[in-house]
Design a protein around this ligand. Structure first.
Ligand code: FAD
Ligand code: NAD
Length: 488
């Protein structure tokens, strides 16, 4: 057994861990990065990148299918499942390869392979080959898919996102459980690629949406394309060897149906990888899910005796905001503080921003409505404005006129607070809104910005005008803006 000591040990060579290692290196030469699995990160291997590659193929199929809307007939659209998966895997491998290349910048002596566990607050056991003590530790162990026991009867036909990206070709059918972010992105893509898809949820939630108007619009729009029951009644799941039979109550008709599927895709959430760390030996205060209590601005964990720990937690492992850009910034903040235990500092965080790459896309900017209401002491302080994409000029030109945006601002100050968006390519509008929020702009100030014609952002202007009217800081929007051109 090797005995070693280091200034900072980073657990997990994913996006948060790599970012932590690089940030820590600015403060000390003695940083050890420990990885239990394959190098390459969740984002590149089985997350952000392969999912977007699958979505890109699905969008190509959908463009061809909907070309007739424009009078362009594309005959005999054929999805070649093997070719689709070959491109997904080839490009995915390229992204992973880039990460593997960048790993070479980390000297071998500062990398350890193996599963890390706590023996004592400052001591880690790596597999059975190394015992490592560290002055400070960054936990960046990510998360993994989790599913309810009701899906277990699907046996080896029960799969998660990781398995999809190993397929050599597309299956005939998939039942997706969980219309959250992963379920919607993958489920819609599979459906567009010709896979018979049904999607089942519980409790009515659709993606990250909180606004009922936006959620209902999403329910309608997605159901035009594939079967989605966000509050499904699933009666029975039965393994049948090379398929799974699912008995469920069909939404709308109320009939009991039994259908067979090649696979059941569990997209029912993820759990942080802290349960296999022998975390109790770290003597930290844990929440009810067994995740260390931590300060979200410093990423510093709290000891069981309520004092500040030398352990930090970043990325999906802390489950606060399981997104790539957040993992990276958290890795930096955690490492900077791990290297400066005597002078732990609050790291600068950007405003919340998330995008779901469905069509129409979904995006959330700022805190959601419920959090805003809690912070602002009830609805009286918050004004809401809205805009439907149904007859928005540019969206209509593109044949993508579906969706709704809800915008929020503070009464009195008129300060913009956040938004929920469902609409064509709203990833871009979401960025404009996040940047406006960072700048603490008022709705009037946002309306004073330039708007080209004809662009989707003119729809944002309509929403902002509605919001300003509801703030009583602008004229009521009773009819279309005549001076604006046919864009709003
Ligand atoms: C299908 C899918 C699509 C996604 N799409 C997006 C997207 O479009 N945009 C976006 O912002 N986010 C997206 N995400 C989320 C994003 O991928 C994650 O937020 C991000 O990868 C988290 O990085 P991380 O470093 O915390 O975890 P990871 O990259 O998972 O790294 C954790 C590492 O720790 C290692 N590890 C675990 N336990 C131990 C241990 N005990 N000892 C040593 N090592 C250990 C693991 O092997 C792993 O390599 C997606 C996720 C999924 C699953
Ligand atoms: N575009 C992106 O940025 C992107 C893409 C994918 C994933 N991610 C990240 O990964 C995280 C995890 O995604 P996820 O989709 O696994 O989680 P999620 O929390 O978004 O969705 C899980 C869904 O499963 C549903 N569910 C739970 N139990 C169920 C059951 N028994 N039957 C049917 N449905 C059930 C939930 O109601 C929810 O809708 C996201 O929160 C996000 O941060 C981001």
């Amino acid at each position: 057994m090797q005995q070693r000591h280091t200034d900072i040990a980073v657990l997990g060579a994913g996006s948060a861990g790599l970012s932590a290692w690089h940030a820590a290196k600015k403060h000390t030469n003695d940083v050890v990065l420990i990885e239990a699995g394959d190098y390459g990160t969740t984002c590149a291997r089985v997350g952000c990148m392969p999912s977007k590659l699958l979505i890109a193929a699905a969008e190509a199929a959908q463009r061809a299918r909907s070309a007739s809307t424009f009078g362009v007939n594309v005959s005999a659209i054929e999805v070649d499942g093997k070719a689709v998966m070959a491109r997904v895997k080839n490009e995915r491998d390229r992204f992973v390869g880039n990460v593997l290349n960048s790993m070479k910048r980390i000297p071998e002596s500062q990398r350890l392979r193996g599963h890390a566990r706590f023996v004592q607050p400052h001591t880690l056991q790596i597999d059975d080959h190394t015992q490592l003590t560290a002055n400070a530790i960054v936990i960046a162990t990510g998360s993994r898919p989790t599913w309810p026991g009701m899906l277990e009867p699907a046996g080896d036909r029960l799969i998660v996102n990781d398995d999809v990206f190993e397929w050599d070709t597309l299956p005939e059918s998939v039942a997706v459980f969980g219309p959250g972010v992963i379920g919607l992105e993958l489920g819609q893509a599979l459906s567009r690629l010709g896979v018979r898809t049904r999607m089942f949820g519980v409790g009515g939630a659709i993606g990250p949406l909180q606004s009922e108007k936006v959620r209902q619009t999403a329910d309608e729009v997605f159901n035009r394309e594939f079967y989605l029951d966000a509050d499904a009644e699933v009666k029975h799941i039965e393994y049948q060897g090379d398929s799974v039979a699912i008995t469920f109550i069909e939404r709308d008709s109320g009939r009991e149906l039994t259908e067979t599927f090649d696979y059941v895709l569990a997209a029912t959430g993820r759990r942080p990888n802290v349960d296999q760390l022998d975390i109790e030996n770290a003597e930290l205060a844990l929440n009810e899910r067994g995740v260390p209590n931590f300060n979200r601005f410093t990423l510093q964990c709290v000891n069981a005796d309520n004092s500040e720990s030398h352990i930090f937690i970043a990325g999906d492992a802390n489950q606060a905001v399981p997104l790539l850009h957040e993992a990276i910034i958290e890795g930096q903040i955690a490492a900077r503080n791990a290297a400066n235990l005597e002078n732990v500092q609050v790291g600068r965080r950007n405003v919340p921003l998330s995008v779901v790459f469905t069509e129409p896309q979904m995006a959330m900017v700022g805190e959601n409505r419920a959090t805003l209401e809690a912070r602002y002491g009830g609805c009286d302080c918050i004004a809401e404005g809205g805009m439907s994409f149904d007859d928005q000029g540019r969206a209509t030109v593109m044949g993508e006129n579906h969706g709704y945006m809800a915008l929020f601002a503070e009464h009195g100050s008129g300060q913009f607070l956040g938004a929920e968006l469902l609409g064509p390519r709203v990833e871009h509008i979401a960025h404009l809104l996040a940047w406006a929020l960072e700048q603490k702009l008022t709705v009037s100030e946002m309306l004073a910005m330039p708007f080209y014609h004809p662009v989707l952002e003119e729809g944002l202007r309509t929403g902002l005008r509605d919001l300003n009217a509801n703030l009583k800081q602008g004229p009521a929007v009773s009819e279309r803006c005549m001076e604006c051109g046919p864009g709003d």
